[in-house]
Design a protein around this ligand. Structure first.
Ligand code: UD1
Length: 410
C-alpha cells in the first residue's frame, strides 16, 4: 500500500451531538459530520420527531450537517429506526430534558453480545424521570428533571453522554461519577457548552453539569474518528507498505500507537497527521481492551487480523464486550489459527491467509474482514458490507487510494 487518506469526523461524536440538537430550538451545525449509515439513521430519527435536517458543504469541502429542532412534533421514535441502531437510546436524555417525555422501543441485543441500558435508565430515574417498560417499549416522563449525584457502576460511554445531555436542562447541579473518559465525551461537552450549557470535567472520571433554562444554537467541528484512523493503520500492517493519514489527533490514539508499535508498525506522529510504514512480518502482541485511555474495543477485531499473520502467539482479550469475536470463525475460513478461551482469542500466527468468501455480521468485525482480505493471497469476498457502511465513509475508495484492489459488488 502507498498513499494518503483523510480521516473523517468521528461517528461516535456525531451521533450524540445530533441527539443533543433536540435540546434547543435554535440551529446546530456540525462541521465534518461523516456520511454513514448510522448518522443517516440518527438524521431519520430526528426528522421523524419534526427536526429540520439538511447538509451543506463548507469552503474546505467538508460536510456540514445542520439540524434545527424548532418545535418538536413527536416524542416517540419509530420502532423500525430503533431496531436499526442501538444508539437511538441517546434521544431519551435530550427528549426528557426538552419535552419531559420520551418513548422508544427497547433496543435489543446485537451481534457483539448483550448490551444492557440499565445504567442509562437508572441515571435518568435519579434525575427525576419515571420510567415504565411495557410491551417492548420504554416510556419515560417527568414533571421536570432535577440535578442529582449519580454513580455509574461502569464507565459506560453511552450512559455518560445520555445523562450529561439530560442534566443540561435539569434544575440545579448534577455530578456524574465514574464517567467514561473517551475523547468523544469531551467533544460532546465542548459542543454543548457552545450552545450555552455549563459542563465541566469531561475527560476525567467525574462530570459536573450546572443546569440552565435553555440552550441556543451553535457550530462545532467534530473531532476526527480515532477508530477509523486505527483501522487504516491496521490496514497498512495487514497489507504492508506505507501511508499518511491526515486529520488525526495522535494523542487520542496513544494506546493504539503504542501497541501497534510493539507489533512492529513504524508510526511517525505529526501535529494532526500520522505516517505509518510496515515492511516486514509483524511480531505477536497481546492486546487487552479497556475503557479509554486503554486500547479500544472498537479496534479489537482489527488487532486479531494483525495477529493472524504475526510471528508467534498473541492473546487478545476483550474486557468491554467479552463475546465480540464474530470475526474469528470467518478468519479461520481464511486459514487463521485462532482458539477462543472465554473472552480471549489465542491467535497463533500463520505465514499467510488465503482469500475466501466471508461474511460480516457487525461493523468492526466487518472492517477486520476487509483488512484480512488485503492481507490474504487471492481474492476475498466480504458479504454483509452494509454493516461496514454503518461506520466507515467510502471505505473502498479510501483503500483504493492506498493501492488496494477493491470493489463493491452490487
Ligand atoms: C460506545 C460506542 C461503541 C464502543 C463502546 C465501548 C458509541 C455510539 N458507541 O458504545 O462504539 O464499542 O462505547 O467503547 O459511542 N453497559 C451496561 N449497562 C448500560 C450500559 C452499558 O451494562 O446501561 C455495559 C455494556 O454492555 C458494555 C460496557 O458497559 O459491556 C460498555 O458499554 P458502553 O460504554 O455503554 O458502550 P456504548 O455506549 O453502547
Amino acid at each position: 500500500m502507498r498513499g494518503q487518506v483523510r480521516i473523517s469526523g468521528a461517528k461516535n461524536a456525531t451521533l450524540p451531538m445530533l441527539a443533543a440538537a433536540l435540546l434547543t430550538g435554535e440551529e446546530c451545525a456540525l462541521v465534518d459530520a461523516p456520511r454513514l449509515r448510522d448518522t443517516a439513521v440518527m438524521e431519520a430519527i430526528l426528522t421523524s420527531l419534526g427536526v429540520a435536517v439538511h447538509s451543506e458543504t463548507d469552503g474546505e469541502g467538508r460536510r456540514v450537517l445542520v439540524a434545527r429542532a424548532g418545535s418538536l412534533e413527536a416524542w416517540h421514535v419509530p420502532e423500525r429506526l430503533v431496531g436499526e441502531m442501538r444508539s437511538s437510546i441517546f434521544i431519551m436524555g435530550p427528549l426528557l430534558g426538552r419535552l419531559r417525555r420520551a418513548r422508544i422501543s427497547y433496543p435489543g441485543g446485537c451481534a457483539i453480545g448483550p448490551r444492557p441500558i440499565d445504567m442509562h435508565l437508572r441515571g435518568l430515574t435519579q434525575l427525576g424521570a419515571v420510567i415504565r417498560e411495557r410491551g417492548g417499549y420504554i416510556e419515560a416522563e417527568t414533571p421536570g428533571l432535577v440535578g442529582a449525584e449519580i454513580h455509574l457502576d461502569f464507565p459506560s460511554v453511552g450512559a455518560t453522554e445520555n445523562l450529561m445531555m439530560a442534566a443540561v436542562l435539569a434544575r440545579g447541579t448534577t455530578v456524574i461519577h465514574n464517567t467514561a473518559k473517551e475523547p468523544e465525551i469531551v467533544d460532546l461537552q465542548n459542543f454543548l457548552n457552545k450552545l450555552g450549557a455549563r459542563i465541566r470535567g469531561g475527560g476525567t472520571d467525574a462530570i459536573r453539569v450546572d443546569g440552565v433554562a435553555s440552550l441556543g444554537g451553535g457550530e462545532h467541528t467534530v473531532i476526527p474518528d480515532r477508530i477509523e484512523a486505527g483501522t487504516y493503520l491496521a490496514a497498512v500492517g495487514a497489507a504492508r507498505g506505507e501511508a499518511r493519514l491526515e486529520n488525526v489527533i495522535p494523542e487520542h490514539l496513544d494506546a493504539v500507537l503504542s501497541k501497534f508499535g510493539e507489533a512492529g508498525l513504524q508510526i511517525h506522529r505529526e501535529a494532526d497527521a500520522l505516517s505509518v510504514q510496515c515492511g516486514r512480518r509483524l511480531e505477536a502482541t497481546d492486546f487487552k481492551t479497556l475503557p479509554y485511555p486503554g486500547y479500544p474495543t472498537d479496534l479489537q477485531p482489527q488487532a486479531t487480523v494483525l495477529a493472524c499473520t504475526a510471528r508467534g502467539i498473541s492473546m487478545i482479550t476483550d474486557t468491554i464486550f467479552p463475546s465480540r469475536f464474530t470475526q474469528v470463525q470467518e478468519l479461520r475460513r481464511m486459514g487463521a489459527d485462532i482458539r477462543l478461551e472465554g473472552r480471549t482469542a489465542v491467535v497463533t500466527g500463520v505465514r499467510r491467509l488465503s482469500g475466501a468468501t466471508v461474511s460480516a455480521s457487525d461493523l468492526r468485525s466487518g472492517a477486520a474482514l476487509v483488512l484480512a482480505g488485503l492481507a490474504a493471497e487471492g481474492t476475498t469476498v466480504v458479504e454483509g458490507i452494509h454493516h461496514v457502511d454503518r461506520g466507515y465513509e467510502e471505505i473502498e475508495s479510501k483503500l483504493a487510494a492506498l493501492g488496494a484492489v477493491i470493489q463493491r459488488l452490487e
